[in-house]
Design a protein around this ligand. Structure first.
Ligand SMILES: [Zn+2]
Length: 363
């Protein structure tokens, strides 16, 4: 076991050599979050490694089990960390003055965990080094539960795009200012919230499209003052790159129209723009074949949430196994997956690993 320069925790089975098979996920969670998102994937991967050891099974390549550093957005605008650093998508140059919510410099926090922040590039893997990456994860949706299925084969991973928006009007006396002379930032923001909902529901956003305003800051936020300024975030996600581009354009247009109509100044900055990640056919095939081998129906479905697999995809062919979770709930304390489903998921993960190992041997 070792901690790499990015403070990813890595267990390794098998001899030396550059090329590896990889299983993993993350053990961090969101504030007031659940106990299964990510954790099931790491525990499942460890269980697969343990079973291989107990059965004395040799794979053709060494196996690494990775607990990726900070998959969840702990550090503003700079997450996930571990899988992005491993894929070369995040380097020391990006760290700048980044500070954790606990007031530590990100670099110090990485070093405290056993990483090497001055040399994070050492954690980077190049294309070809990872013969295949598999991740077990709870679905965080209701598709499998509604169809009474334990296991799903992930086809693609939706991309989140996030914008920081401000609407500025005039803060004024809530009693003395007539309605037709107001420039109320919050009333404009309220229109935008509804516009985002409408945009995400539009037919061309396809089934997987979602849109959310999850954070607002109202200024001055006083009971008897017209809100002069509102800062907010807009997030849209989809598994379809074109639908995502349309949604972003629509948000920009709606914002401009609302601001013009209400005499507000506005800014919008898309700080975080990603592309959806289709998972390679042969990795989907390995998971599907594993389902068939073990007698599970093959149910393919996209992932609306993002995962380490998506970050790693540029350097590693990635496949994902979903397991059913209770009422699709996640990022909340009610998050739940039954032990039996976790066990079945780990079995599929292990069986898919055999398939990927076979492909690596024959490649
Ligand atoms: Zn997760």
């Amino acid at each position: 076991m070792r901690v790499d320069a990015a403070a990813n925790l890595i267990g390794r089975r098998g001899g030396p050599g550059g090329r590896v098979l990889m299983l993993g996920s993350h053990t961090d969670t969101v504030e007031a979050g659940g106990r299964f998102d990510g954790i099931v994937g790491v525990v499942g991967a460890l269980e697969v490694a343990r079973c291989l050891n107990e059965a004395g099974v040799e794979l053709s390549l060494p196996l690494e089990v990775v607990d990726f550093l900070c998959e969840e957005p702990t550090i503003v605008n700079l997450s996930p960390l571990g899988s992005r650093i491993m894929a070369g998508n995040l380097t020391g140059e990006h760290f700048g003055g980044a500070v954790t919510p606990f007031g530590d410099a990100l670099t110090d926090a990485i070093d405290a965990l056993g990483g090497d922040s001055a040399n994070v590039e050492a954690a980077r893997r190049s294309l070809g080094e990872i013969a295949g990456y598999l991740e077990l994860h709870i679905e965080q949706g209701v598709v499998l539960e509604r169809e009474s299925l334990a296991i799903g084969v992930v086809t693609s991973i939706a991309a989140p795009c996030r914008a920081r928006v401000s609407l500025t009007g005039v803060a004024d006396h809530a009693g003395a200012t007539p309605m037709n002379e107001r420039r109320d930032g919050l009333a404009g923001a309220a229109e935008l919230v509804l516009a985002v909902e409408r945009i995400a529901r539009a037919p061309d956003m396809i089934e997987e499209g979602v849109g959310t305003v999850g954070w607002l800051s109202v200024s001055p936020n006083m009971v008897n003052v017209i809100p002069g300024r509102v800062d907010l975030t807009v997030e849209v996600r989809s598994t379809d790159a074109e639908a995502l581009a349309i949604a972003r354009r629509s948000v920009d247009e709606e914002l401009r129209a609302i601001a013009d109509r209400r005499g507000l100044e506005h800014t919008v900055e898309w700080q975080h723009v990603e592309r959806p990640v289709p998972l390679p056919e042969h990795m989907q095939g390995a998971v599907a074949q594993a389902c068939e081998d073990l007698g599970f129906p093959v149910r393919r479905l996209p992932s609306r949430a993002s995962h380490d697999a998506a970050r790693l995809a540029p350097v590693a062919p990635a496949g994902m196994v979903f397991i059913r979770c209770k009422e699709g709930r996640s990022h909340c304390p009610e998050e739940w997956a039954d032990l039996d489903d976790i066990v079945q998921g780990a079995r599929v993960l292990g069986q898919a690993l055999f398939r990927v190992d076979e492909m690596a041997r024959n490649a």
